[in-house]
Design a protein around this ligand. Structure first.
Ligand code: TXA
Ligand code: MG
Length: 351
């Protein structure tokens, strides 16, 4: 059975936090909110507990987990080598949505990192996540709290929909602020490489490091074998409905194409859902489709924040197709594009 603890993120109830921390230390699984998405936590030092995370999610053991810390001194239990580049990123971006790939400390079981010599580590900024990890006093290994391959959860209800009965405790702490997962940055190569774009943008990283930052283009659909980040499967974060992504630099053309694609599928007698920004809603008014508004084109943070929730809502309504367009590659646009590509069955590129 999954116990649910409701905790107010503005003033986390210490008794409840301690209860959840004790649960972690007993080797149990605790889902908790972070500022990006909900995580499914286990004591990172406890091999058995870490294995249970993989079973609960149905996640392959080749897909390594992120270790979460609450205090800088915990970093020394996760890695023995902190490169200079990491220092400045830690100062500027932690706590926050940036995961660093560093050499793995021998205390961290190999299972956490799928047998790699490296480890992914981040300090989340969510007050409940920080309080929980600090109270437990151990680093917490936590992937996103969804069934493997499905959209990451941005509410306690999403976690329950995927994992009810498969985990011991769920902290309901409301909606995350960022809404897409952390940026994963590999610092073990000669040049820093973004393995997964996320809450901290490539532009921000370049500015902080004052150096080149490469973007491992994992969104290319034909590169599964060559992926440097194990488990970063191309089709991931995927809804049950078939997602069609229109990629275009021209938003008017993209909307026209969305109308064409929607009409075609309505003619087939299919149920169609659309992810739509406020400014473009008028394009689709006359169509018999389900519309999920994901914010303003001028506010990529809002789009990122609502993206997963909107996809889940359309899935719950059992549409056959979800149609969406891309929002460029600047700033958070890259993370949004990456997630939409991974969720998509078909990508249509137009002018
Ligand atoms: O925002 C987030 O990062 C959320 C919250 C809960 O913190 N967590 C999350 O975890 O998204 P997960 O497991 O869904 O994604 C972790 C990603 C995977 O793509 C994995 O391949 C990569 O990080 N990763 C983990 N350890 C790695 C390593 N040692 N080397 C390369 N990639 C690694
Ligand atoms: Mg995940």
């Amino acid at each position: 059975m999954t116990l649910i603890l409701k905790i107010d993120p503005r003033k986390p109830d210490l008794k409840k936090i301690e209860q959840a921390a004790a649960c972690l230390l007993e080797g149990n699984l605790v889902a908790f909110p972070t500022e990006t998405v909900y995580g499914l936590g286990a004591n990172a030092f406890n091999r058995k507990a870490v294995e249970r995370v993989f079973f609960a999610k149905g996640r392959p053991f080749q897909d390594p987990l992120i270790v979460h810390i609450a205090l800088l001194r915990m970093l020394h239990e996760v890695t023995q080598h902190i490169p200079d580049a990491a220092q400045s990123l830690i100062e500027r971006c932690w706590p926050g949505p940036l995961t660093l790939i560093l050499p793995r400390h021998p205390r961290i079981p190999a299972e956490v990192s799928a047998g790699l010599n490296t480890v992914a580590v981040r300090m989340p900024s969510h007050p409940i996540a920080l309080a929980l990890i600090e109270s437990a006093g151990v680093p917490v290994a936590a992937p996103s709290a969804n069934r493997f391959g499905y959209t990451s959860p941005t509410s306690a209800a999403h976690v329950l929909a995927d994992l009810d009965g498969r985990i011991d405790l769920l902290i309901d702490g409301g909606m995350p602020i960022v809404g897409v997962e952390s940026t994963v940055l590999d610092l073990t190569q000669s040049v820093p490489i973004i393995l997964r774009p996320g809450g901290v943008t490539q532009e921000q990283l370049i500015k902080i490091l004052d150096s080149e930052v490469l973007c491992g283009d994992q969104s290319k659909r034909d590169q599964i074998a060559a992926m440097p980040s194990p488990g970063m499967l191309t089709r991931h974060y995927a809804p049950h409905a078939t997602l069609i992504l229109i990629e275009s630099e021209n938003s008017v053309n993209a909307c026209r194409q969305l109308v064409i694609e929607a009409k075609l599928r309505l003619d087939w007698g299919k149920r169609v859902g659309l992810l739509v920004v406020d400014e473009e809603a008028q394009f689709f008014e006359k169509l018999d489709v389900r519309i999920e508004k994901i914010g303003s084109t001028h506010n990529l943070a809002q789009i990122a924040n609502r993206l997963y929730s909107a996809i889940r809502t359309l899935d719950e309504e059992q549409v056959d197709f979800i149609l969406a367009r891309s929002f460029g590659t600047n700033g958070l646009g890259l993370a949004i594009l990456d997630r939409l590509r991974r969720a998509a069955s078909t990508i249509i590129n137009i002018e």
